[in-house]
Design a protein around this ligand. Sequence first.
Ligand SMILES: [Zn+2]
Ligand SMILES: [Zn+2]
Length: 245
Amino acid sequence: MKFLLDAHTHTIASGHAYNTLYEMIQRAADIGLELIGITEHAPAMPGTCGEFYFRNLRAIDREYLQEKFGIEVLIGAELNIIDRNGGVDLNELGMEYLDVVIASMHLPCLKSGTKQENTQAAIAAIQNPDVDILGHPDDGRYPMDYEPIVRAAKQYGKLLEVNNSSLQPNGYRMNARENYKIMLEYCKKYEQPIVVNSDAHFVTAVGNHQYAEQVLKEVQFPEELVLNGSLEQFFSYTRKYKKKK
Ligand SMILES: [Zn+2]
Ligand SMILES: [Zn+2]
């Protein structure tokens, strides 16, 4: 399995991550990645940057970064799913300069409901045209039905994430491993692609995919459905590419 990209990382701007933009990109370049996504937590997360941070993202010169570090840099966001109707915590102005958009459930921003309610929240986020990737759909604290979620991702052309941080032995999300095994079986059944991301909050986690790779191997997940091996394929799911079309 090839891992050329890591599309989900955080910098000090997120308020509970500990390195700068340059440090995160440099680390990605040093370990041989060809693409890094910097995806700060959106405003509903306590301590993260505000809406104006996102509104001003055109200030980041992507070409300069690419020249300086020799890898592709996507500047995006990890939005909070805030209700069961596809609601997120950035408006159109805040999203204008995002290259990639992840949407995830976080306890400070969304109360868990019944299995049916959580499933509905995930599907509504998938249906939101601004969302590219459903982030860490693995947390047992939000029990979900995986079959309809995988089918919705397939239908709406969205990516599902396998989040390496969730799978760390000291990870705080519940039953991530068991939940991914269920989700990945449905991904196989419906030929739904996934992307492995580190969700790094510190440089040494950038590009770390070891726990995710273990689970993928255990369920004999087909390599062609892991988009980390092809920038071009991954790119076709991102907002940056869709906007160009
Ligand atoms: Zn998250
Ligand atoms: Zn994250």
